[in-house]
Design a protein around this ligand. Structure first.
Ligand code: 9MG
Length: 302
C-alpha cells in the first residue's frame, strides 16, 4: 500500500510522524499567525474562550471578560497553542449581537490575554470587529463566513494575521433546519478551494490560510460523517482546522448530553489529527494535549 496516502492505511500500521505529516501541496507548511510562525509538524491545539451568554456547550460559564481571561490563562497552562476568543455565539438559533456589544466583550479579553504566550484568534464574522481586534493585537481571525462579508477580505489583507476560512451552509439562525447537498464532500471542497483562491487574489499569502469544513454548520449527522471521513482529502487544499468538540454530532453518535462528551471529543480529535488536521479546536485542552502526547509516544516512529 502506498505510504504517501498515510490516512488510508490502518491506524496501527502508520507511524505517528507519518500520521502528522501534512498532505497538502506545500511539503513543509508553516502557518503565519500574527506574532507566531507555527511549523505544522504536529497538531496544534486551539482552546475555546467564549465570552457569550449563549454558546452551545459552556454558555454563560465564562461570560464576563474577567472570567474569560482566567479561563484563557488556564487553557494556556493546559497546553493550548492558540486561544480562540468569541463574543458572538454561532450555535443554531443564536441571537445576533451588534458590533459595539461584540467589541465590548472581546477587546478586554484580547488585552488581558495578550502576553499569555498563546497566539490569540478572534472568532468573528464582522469586518469592523476584525479591524478593531487586529489593531488590539489579535494574531488570527476565525471567520465562519470565510471572509464573504463585504469588506472582510480588505479588513484582514494588509495585516499578517492567520485566517481560518470555514464552510457553512446558510446562516447560524436557520442553518440546521434543512441542510441539503448533492455531494457534500465535493461541494464543501469546491467552496473551500474557491475561498482560498479569493483570499490569494485579495493579496493574502498562502501561509496565512487555514480551511475548515465547518462541522455542524448547516449539516446533518450524515453530512458530518461523510466530511469527517474525507478529512485527508480536504486537507490537500490547505492546512486544516477541525472543530468537533462537544458538538451534537458526537451526542447523536454516543447518546451523551453535552456535558458528557469528553471521551467522544478526544477520540474525534485524535482521529482528525490522524487524518491530517493541523489544528484542533477544543474545549478540553488538557485532555486533548495528553491524548496527542500518548499518540506520539506510543506510535511506531518518533
Ligand atoms: C466558532 N466556531 C464554532 N465551531 C467552529 C468550528 O467547527 N470551526 C471554526 N473554525 N470555528 C468554529
Amino acid at each position: 500500500m502506498a505510504l504517501n496516502r498515510t490516512w488510508d492505511v490502518p491506524f496501527d500500521q502508520t507511524s505517528v510522524s507519518e500520521m502528522f505529516a501534512p498532505r497538502h501541496p506545500n511539503p513543509s507548511p508553516m502557518f503565519r499567525c500574527g506574532r507566531t510562525l507555527f511549523t505544522l509538524d504536529r497538531p496544534l491545539v486551539m482552546g475555546i474562550v467564549n465570552v457569550t451568554p449563549d454558546s452551545f456547550s459552556d454558555g454563560g460559564c465564562f461570560y464576563s471578560p474577567r472570567q474569560a481571561i482566567e479561563h484563557g490563562l488556564s487553557l494556556r497552562a493546559a497546553g493550548a497553542d492558540i486561544l480562540d476568543i468569541g463574543g458572538e455565539s454561532t450555535r443554531p438559533g443564536a441571537a445576533a449581537v451588534s458590533v459595539e456589544a461584540e467589541l465590548d466583550r472581546v477587546l478586554p479579553v484580547l488585552e488581558g490575554l495578550r502576553d499569555c504566550g498563546a497566539a490569540l484568534s478572534l472568532d468573528t464574522m464582522k469586518p469592523e470587529v476584525m479591524r478593531a481586534a487586529l489593531a488590539a493585537g489579535a494574531d488570527m481571525i476565525n471567520d465562519v463566513r470565510a471572509l464573504q462579508a463585504p469588506g472582510a477580505l480588505e479588513a484582514v489583507a494588509t495585516s499578517d494575521c492567520g485566517l481560518c476560512l470555514m464552510h457553512m451552509q446558510g446562516e447560524p439562525r436557520g442553518m440546521q433546519s434543512h441542510p441539503h447537498y448533492r455531494d457534500v464532500v465535493a461541494e464543501v471542497k469546491q467552496y473551500l478551494q474557491a475561498r482560498v483562491d479569493a483570499a490569494l487574489a485579495g493579496g493574502i499569502a498562502r501561509e496565512r490560510l487555514l480551511i475548515d469544513p465547518g462541522f455542524g454548520f448547516g449539516k446533518t449527522l450524515e453530512h458530518n460523517i461523510a466530511l469527517f471521513k474525507a478529512l485527508s482529502e480536504i486537507a490537500r487544499i490547505a492546512p486544516l482546522l477541525v472543530g468537533v468538540s462537544r458538538k451534537s454530532m458526537l451526542g447523536l453518535i454516543t447518546g451523551q448530553p453535552v456535558e458528557a462528551r469528553l471521551a467522544a471529543s478526544v477520540a474525534a480529535a485524535l482521529l482528525a489529527a490522524g487524518r491530517g488536521a493541523a489544528i484542533l479546536r477544543v474545549h478540553d485542552v488538557r485532555e486533548t494535549v495528553d491524548a496527542l502526547k500518548v499518540m506520539t509516544a506510543l506510535g511506531d516512529k518518533q
